[in-house]
Write a protein that binds this ligand. Structure first.
Ligand code: BES
Ligand code: ZN
Length: 928
């Protein structure tokens, strides 16, 4: 999803605070980095199998045949594949379909005697071979292979099943041959097509997205991450088009196949790798390249985009980031080339296919005029994220999807280290606190959260795998790994990481293997930690949630408690650790950093934390710990005092933390809402981005709850007062907005585009909307198109919003990759909110089947359209929605539905308890 430019929250707030003209400037300051981690990854679920025969026995009782299980048996182990694929970029005029054809031979070793071959296959049609079977089998080394007794496609579990009339013998090798056809659909999964216009001509690209379980949609394969093999890929494509895959092009020749003059490109065999990391692409894109220490780096995109220099930034940054990771991992990049390609239709943000990373255009292409700093930052971090996977994930792969959090969490942590290398001036590492820690605190504080780690047996079906790509895996994973790296020190952390990668290179591992290697590093260096790495980390990985640590500076007692946003919610999942964590506590007393402490039980007395006089204690320095902090009232008062007299005595990240912790502690009724509001009083002195962003994010909740009530006016007055000095500061810094400031966190230009467009559409009517729509349709720069798509949701005209909602489900109007995020933009608009909710409710089953049960987009959609919910009536509607669609399901949005219900209940209570207080406070503050 094009989320980099996302300045929506701040836009919302600031638009309310000041008048549209002047405020645009202010907003941009605080929003440059507002990154939404939301992803848009639909992995379209199978609807039809497009298959031939049926299982031999039909039975109504749930059967327990091997082909009814989602996991492959361990009897066969693939060694290598020879796969030839021929995607047709022209529509078949008779069928109206785009298709691809293919042949595959897989060589496998029999590890346990068996008379059954199960290999994944989804939506592929097979050409019958010997004896009318869907495949043929030969054996290596002289012995004769058993013959195939029956063969069929098992649609539910996505297998090609072959029953043999004799046994395959242990340690013998066999070849399985298939010929097949698949649809090159526009469904963003497996081998699919992407379309775009160039010079008035429609162009088609064939490309792939295999993760997690769609390689089986491109060719029959043992589609599990531990079934690593070597792949010999050949692509047949039209003359003049470019074919790409994981390996380098070995040879390309013109051939005539079935009367067609075509090009045949053979690729070098891959390293031993997992199927989900494969990629095949045919396009007529252009590229730019350079070479760094013998590794060829290329950036591919639509020809006009390359010609306009939009790939230059990515090309310039890739080399240094790659070099950084080689050093970090102490392991050289194992492939001869690193391709990166920007695709017009792409579900996720980017995908780490080994040697051929795919991106949506907005995540790779940068344009000096049209892109904001935040767009640029997203490009640097996403490149770093995917390059990080080249080792962590690709070279060493988790054995099964239940450990996905380690793969994605790790990349989501080190992406900041890689981006810092690319842009050392940006302080980008700090931003993990806003983009990941605070972001995931919001969901992990709900009773409906779940632990990072899942049991292998609980993750079986493709839909269950897709559900794992959530904020917990990404952002909590990143947060706890950052904490771990911090308390071990980076030196010890990388030491363990390096031996882990060395031991499991080209193989598979589990998260406990990483802990063992880190433990070895701890032992080797004599690092002082209170328990083993595994004991400490298990408390963070095996139980959901996180603690609020309370520091009582009058007694010195430090205690912990499971932090729940709604204290009345019921936690039904028991935890073996009883919701206690082993908590590293970095802290400072007045202005001096102290020796770190550990909290291992419910509470401990730390005499040094007992302070008197004007001394104060601040815990969780730089928010490296995954927990919130509360204090006794006296210490809160002293901290508020420091904020108002000398706020720079508190590190900038902790200023953001104090605001965020206070607001959330108030929502959990641990402190008063008034205390939370008081943390915003010093903001009239604050010039830094992070504390402002934190405040804006938290006040956003007040806007959502009160933007239709009498609290709104006084709140606006208060915030206008608070923000004015910031405005004046930047006005003079820029010499009345004439100059662009240098600091990355001070940027104002050209970050204003979204804001300006949004305000213009909001102020205008149908004519203005139509104009923006035509600009959107004609935009050749994806990042610009995304800004317009966002702004189109800002109109105040209900009929335009309704029509726009309709457009979201028409792929000719809005690309499938952008459908759910567009609906969420509309829901963010106070006028569009109920329209979007009605729309989603009415169309759920269509949206769900057409737009997939995939990854992030569905949880974003559900959370997005219900964000303002705060009345009994809305709660009833939500419950009804859950009930009505139980049959259809919610896929990756399942958890989001429960989260939304829980959030709505908490909101209702919060408003009842706080509305009057809040109103009184704002009113009192208004008075001079
Ligand atoms: N492996 C994922 C892409 C992915 C996500 C594939 C979900 C299938 C389902 C990739 O490494 C990733 O995490 N991409 C992120 C970008 C990142 C900077 C967080 C994305 O797509 O947004
Ligand atoms: Zn990733």
């Amino acid at each position: 999803m094009g989320k980099g430019f996302f300045i929506s929250k701040a836009v919302g707030i600031a638009a309310i605070i000041v008048g549209a003209g002047a405020l645009a400037t202010i907003i941009a300051l605080s929003v440059v980095y507002s990154q939404e981690k939301a992803k848009n990854n639909d992995n379209v679920l199978p609807t039809d199998g497009g298959t031939t025969s049926k299982p031999p026995v039909t039975t109504t009782a749930p059967s327990n045949e091997p082909w009814d299980k989602y996991r492959l048996p361990k009897s066969l182990v693939p060694d290598h594949y020879n796969v030839t694929l021929w995607p047709r970029l022209k529509q078949n005029l008779t069928t109206g379909l785009f298709i691809f054809t293919g042949q595959s031979t897989v060589e496998f070793v029999c590890a346990e005697e068996t008379d059954l071959i199960l290999i994944h296959s989804n939506k592929l049609n097979y050409t019958k071979r010997e004896n009318n079977h869907l495949a043929s089998l030969t054996s290596l080394g002289g012995v004769k292979a058993p013959s195939i007794k029956s063969s069929w496609l098992q649609q539910v579990t996505q297998y090609l099943v072959l029953q043999l009339d004799g046994k395959l013998m242990k340690d013998h090798r066999y070849h399985l041959h298939t010929d097949f056809t698949g649809e090159l659909a526009d469904d963003l999964g497996g081998f699919y097509r992407s379309e775009y216009m160039e010079d008035g001509v429609k162009k088609v690209v064939a490309t792939t997205q295999m993760q997690p379980t769609d390689a089986r949609k491109a060719f029959p394969c043992f589609d599990e991450p531990a079934m690593k093999a070597i792949f010999h890929i050949t692509l047949i494509h039209d003359l003049g088009t470019v074919a790409l895959s994981n390996g380098e092009e070995k040879e390309s020749s013109n051939v005539n196949i079935e009367g067609h003059d075509v090009q045949k490109t053979v690729f070098q065999p891959t390293e031993k790798m997992s199927t989900y990391l494969l990629a095949f692409i045919v396009s007529d894109f252009s590229f730019i390249n350079n070479t760094i220490d013998g590794v060829l780096i290329r950036i591919f995109a639509r020809t006009p985009a390359i010609a306009a220099g939009q790939g230059d930034y990515a090309l310039n940054k890739t080399g240094p980031i790659l070099k950084f990771f080689e050093k970090y991992y102490n392991s050289s990049y194992p492939l001869p080339k690193s391709d990166q390609i920007a695709l017009p239709d792409f579900n996720a943000g980017a995908m780490e296919n080994w040697g051929l990373i795919t991106y949506r255009e907005t995540a790779l292409l940068y344009d000096e005029t049209f892109s904001s700093n935040s767009n640029k930052q997203r490009i640097a971090t996403i490149i770093a994220h995917e390059l990080a996977h080249m080792w962590f994930g690709n070279l060493v792969t988790l054995r099964w999807w239940n450990d996905l959090w380690l793969n994605e969490g790790f990349a989501s942590y080190v992406e900041y280290l890689g981006a810092h290398e690319a842009e050392p001036e940006w302080n980008v590492k700090d931003l993990i606190v806003l983009s990941d820690v605070h972001r995931v605190f919001a969901v992990d504080a709900l009773a409906s959260s779940h632990p990072l780690s899942s049991k292998e047996e609980d993750i079986q079906k493709p839909a269950q795998i897709s559900e794992l790509f959530d904020a917990i895996s990404y952002s909590k994973g990143a947060s706890v790994l950052r904490m771990l790296s911090d308390f071990l020190t980076e030196k010890v952390f990388t030491m363990g990481l390096r031996t882990y990668l060395a031991e499991f290179a080209f193989g598979n591992a589990g998260y406990t293997d990483l802990w063992s290697h880190l433990q070895m590093a701890v032992d080797a260096t004599g690092t002082d930690i209170p328990e083993t790495v595994s004991n400490i980390m298990n408390t963070w990985v095996l139980q959901m949630g996180f603690p609020v640590v309370t520091v009582n500076t009058s007694t010195g007692i430090i205690s912990q408690k499971h932090f729940l946003l709604d204290p009345d919610s019921e936690v039904t999942t028991p935890s073996i650790y009883n919701y206690e964590w082993i908590v590293p506590i970095k802290w400072m007393k007045t202005e001096t950093i102290q020796h770190p402490k550990w909290l291992k039980n419910e509470s401990v007395t730390i005499d040094e934390m007992k302070v008197s006089g004007s001394d104060w204690v601040l815990a969780n320095i730089n928010v490296v710990g995954y927990y919130r902090v509360n204090y006794d009232q006296g210490n809160w008062e002293r901290l508020l005092g420091v904020l108002s007299t000398n706020h720079v005595a508190i590190p900038v990240i902790n200023r953001a933390q104090l605001v965020d912790d206070a607001f959330n502690l108030a929502r959990a009724k641990i402190i008063s809402t008034v205390l939370a509001l008081r943390t915003t009083k010093y903001l009239n002195k604050e010039r830094e981005y992070m504390p402002w962003e934190s405040a804006v994010g938290n006040l956003d909740f007040f806007y959502l709850m009160f933007d239709r009530s009498e609290v709104y006016g006084p709140m606006q007055d208060y915030l206008r007062n608070q923000v004015t000095p910031l405005f004046t500061h930047y006005k003079s810094l820029t010499d009345n907005w004439k100059n662009v400031p240098v600091g990355h966190m001070d940027q104002i230009h050209p970050n204003l585009r979204s804001t300006v467009y949004c305000n213009a559409i909001a102020a205008g009517g149908a004519k203005e909307w139509e104009f923006a729509w035509s600009q959107f349709k004609n935009a050749s720069i994806a990042i610009e198109a995304d800004k317009l798509r966002y702004a189109l949701a800002c109109t105040k005209q209900p009929w335009l919003l309704n029509r726009y909602l309709e457009y979201t489900l028409d792929p000719n109007m809005i690309r499938k990759q952008d459908a759910t995020s567009t609906i969420v933009y509309i829901a963010n608009n106070v006028i569009g909110q109920s329209l979007a909710w009605d729309f989603v409710r009415a169309r759920w089953s269509y949206i769900f089947t057409q737009y997939g049960g995939g990854s992030f987009s569905f949880s974003n959609l559900v959370n997005g359209v219900t964000e303002r919910f705060s009345t009994e009536y809305e709660l009833q509607q939500l419950k009804q929605f859950k009930e009505d669609n139980a049959e259809v399901g919610f896929g990756s949005g399942t958890l989001a539905v429960d989260q939304s219900i829980e959030r709505t209940i908490a909101n209702i209570k919060w408003i009842a308890e706080n509305k009057q207080n809040v109103l009184d406070w704002f009113k009192a503050e208004e008075k001079p």
